[in-house]
Design a protein around this ligand. Structure first.
Ligand SMILES: [Zn+2]
Ligand SMILES: [Zn+2]
Length: 69
């Protein structure tokens, strides 16, 4: 699959490294941002978050949107 943002920029078919967890578009290493994410346990006893963070990929546009405001 090719990066959607590269396609828009006319950079051609750059191979994507992941899929944005927000908009589900394919992103390359340049346009994607891999960010740690804390996993929450559903229900149960004790602490509600896991010891180690997971990760997710967001595209440049969604990353900027999350950082804004
Ligand atoms: Zn790209
Ligand atoms: Zn996105």
């Amino acid at each position: 699959m090719k990066c959607y943002d590269c396609d828009l920029d006319g950079r051609g078919a750059t191979a994507g490294i992941g899929i944005c967890s927000r908009c589900n578009l394919v992103v390359c290493a340049d346009h994607g941002h891999v960010t740690p994410t804390v996993l929450h346990l559903s229900g149960g006893m004790g602490k509600a978050t896991r010891e180690r963070p997971g990760r997710r990929v967001v595209c440049h546009t969604c990353y900027a949107a999350e950082r804004s405001a």
